[in-house]
Design a binder for this molecule. Structure first.
Ligand SMILES: *Cc1c(COP(=O)(O)O)cnc(C)c1O
Length: 350
């Protein structure tokens, strides 16, 4: 049988009735060796990129959404709802269309990337723009869920994190063991919690000899976990992690502490620099938020250089096509040329 997504692949770890499974064949994403990037950073350790932009809706959110929506389907849910900085709404919209369940998404008005807005709209969800930020939208969703029969598919839904842990399983299977370090962006902090759960579970199952040190990174002006208190008006170019009060706060701190890891902050300028490096050196187009995992490695390596033969994995959480505005603003402008060969030769300086 062809590959059919993370629930079929890891059904033992994601229990749900087989006939209730809603899949878009998510997961099974590539783990790509990044030699040019490794050299440019001056790393001696080995560097791999888990490119989650290759999921059906272009982000890792699909791993959790397939499970959350399958469970909602198993419970005969009529409607699901989420607040989103963009990718959760894109994913919820796609999986609910497949499941024939009504989907309502709340997004902060004017604050989500254009590609993600188009995804929320195209699948037939009810899209509601909130005059407020993500944290405020999530609060409304949680309150609504307490009073009405509607399934919340934000990462407060435990099925989301269980689905997302499959990325850690895949990495261990590809490498033959767990990596030494795992770097990723931290927004609502569900993903770092999910990876840590996955790595621990795979270790307990005896599939690996160790668990990695978890390195989580937040944008400098949206870094509540680094500051130790919520932030009222988080700001960053990396809209996917523009979050001031993460729902999975305690489990993220636990992941950091249990793994001897760190959660640090990174400026927008460093994010953009890493974003350009991975696109120009590796041919991988990821979201600004995703590039923070690389910016974080660069910063960490300056203080505590990684050792030769250590293995580092960075998760590139989403696809760059979701946010074309940031790409165009931060790249060289195209040339304009007359339809004359002379002009073209002049521009190319041949
Ligand atoms: C959701 C998201 C994040 C943040 O993940 P959390 O689980 O909220 O910490 C990072 N990058 C992208 C592209 C995302 O969609």
């Amino acid at each position: 049988m062809n590959y059919r997504g993370v629930i079929h692949r890891y059904h033992k770890y994601l229990p749900v009735k087989t006939e209730s499974i809603i899949t878009l064949h998510e997961g099974n994403t590539p783990l790509i060796s990044a030699e040019r990037l490794r050299k440019a950073i001056g790393l001696t350790a080995r560097l791999y990129l888990k490119f989650e932009g290759m999921n059906p809706t272009g982000s890792f959110k699909d791993r959790g959404m397939t499970y959350a929506v399958s469970k909602a389907h198993e419970d005969s849910a009529k409607a699901i709802i989420c607040a989103s900085t963009g990718n959760t709404s894109a994913s919820a919209s796609a999986y609910s269309a497949k499941a024939n369940i009504r989907c309502v998404v709340l997004i902060p008005e004017g604050k989500i990337a254009y590609g993600k807005l188009s995804q929320a709209m195209v699948h037939g969800s009810t899209v509601i723009q909130i005059k407020g930020n993500f944290d405020e939208a999530l609060k409304m969703v949680i309150q609504l869920g307490q009073h009405f029969p509607i399934h919340i598919v934000n990462s407060v839904n435990p099925y989301r994190l269980h689905g997302q842990k499959t990325a850690a399983f895949e990495i261990c299977e590809t490498l033959g063991d767990a990596p030494d370090f795992h770097s990723l962006p931290v927004g609502n902090a569900g993903n770092i919690s999910a990876y840590w759960m996955g790595y621990k579970e795979w270790r307990q199952e005896g599939h690996t000899s160790k668990t990695p040190c978890m390195l989580g990174f937040q944008a400098a002006k949206a870094a509540p976990l680094v500051l130790g208190k919520p932030i009222k008006s988080p700001e960053t170019i990396a809209s996917a992690i523009r979050i001031g009060n993460p729902a999975s706060w305690t489990s993220a701190i636990r992941a950091k502490e249990e793994s001897n890891g760190t959660i640090d902050k990174i400026t927008d300028a460093e994010i953009v620099k890493a974003y350009k490096m991975v696109s120009t050196l590796e041919g991988i187009f990821c979201e600004p938020a995703s590039a923070i995992s690389i910016a974080g490695i660069i910063k960490f390596n300056k203080k505590n250089p990684f050792k030769k033969n250590q293995i580092l994995v960075c998760t590139l959480t989403g696809h760059g096509l979701k946010d074309p505005d940031v790409a165009i603003k931060n790249s060289p402008k195209p040339f304009t040329c007359k339809n004359k060969l002379d002009d073209l030769v002049k521009i190319l300086k041949l």
